[in-house]
Design a protein around this ligand. Structure first.
Ligand code: SAM
Length: 228
């Protein structure tokens, strides 16, 4: 009889299950990319919380919890934020791709997903980012995953999150498509990169992360004081 470490087994099983049941938001590039970020965080042991801004039904939040548990970071807390009313009205920089209210989820779905896999649920902060983030985002953030799809949403998230990043902490912006750096990237939500360029003052300091498919991920790393 073979004994495999349960954490490895659980992550493989969980990834397969998420790809089958939550393939609308997580995919075979996103899961290993986020896993890698959290493994590096564990190795650095930087203080701070993990946050997801735009959590929908909680698929990536569950994956982040499972990876944290598997990498000696059980004490690192996860906070998630979502309107739970779906997407807001699009702005002038966003494409006519989705109706307002698309991707509406319930906090109970996030809780049920974690319960199904026996995982500690995240702290759930329902509401529009402008209303929740300023008072409810943790003071120290080690890792942030921004997945709010639209220009205004991403700009708000950066404005509140970046000043709270722990030195060396990382922030991933989903749907950040820089076609010069990665020709395969899905460029369906160009407001996301525009918000990054406006917030950081172009050219944006985000590094592009690519995968096997059309992953569009940008990574910001918070500066380490005296590190230069
Ligand atoms: C693509 S989904 C997130 C998917 C999720 N990260 C996952 O991996 O399963 C985008 C979410 O962002 C939320 N959202 C977008 N803009 C928002 C805003 N300004 N305030 C609150 N939630 C917002 C939407 O409600 C939606 O659920």
């Amino acid at each position: 009889m073979h004994h495999r470490p349960t954490t490895v087994l659980n992550l493989t099983e969980l990834a397969d299950w998420l790809l089958e049941h939550h393939g609308d938001t997580v995919d075979a590039d996103r899961l290993p990319a986020i896993r890698s970020e959290l493994e590096q965080l564990g190795a650095r042991q930087s203080p701070g919380a993990v946050v997801e801004l735009g959590c929908y039904q909680g698929a990536m939040a569950l994956w982040m919890r499972a990876v944290l548990d598997a990498t000696g970071q059980r004490d690192r807390h996860v906070h998630v934020y979502d309107s739970f009313q779906g997407l807001p009205e699009r702005g002038s920089r966003d494409p006519e791709l989705f109706e307002a209210g698309y991707l509406r989820a319930e906090p109970g779905q996030v809780l049920a997903l974690h319960a199904r896999w026996g995982r500690t649920p995240p702290t759930i902060h329902p509401g529009w980012f402008t209303d929740t983030l300023p008072a409810q985002l943790p003071e120290t953030i080690a890792f942030a995953y921004l997945d709010g799809d639209y220009y205004d949403s991403i700009h708000t998230c950066l404005s509140v999150c970046v000043p709270r990043m722990t030195p060396g902490g990382t922030l991933i912006v989903d749907d950040y498509a820089d076609l010069e750096a990665n020709r395969q990237a899905w460029n369906g939500l160009p407001g996301v990169k525009a918000a990054c360029e406006d917030y950081f003052d172009a050219p944006s300091p985000l590094e592009v992360i690519s995968g096997a498919g059309d992953l569009a991920f940008g990574r910001y790393t918070a500066p380490v004081a005296g590190g230069g």
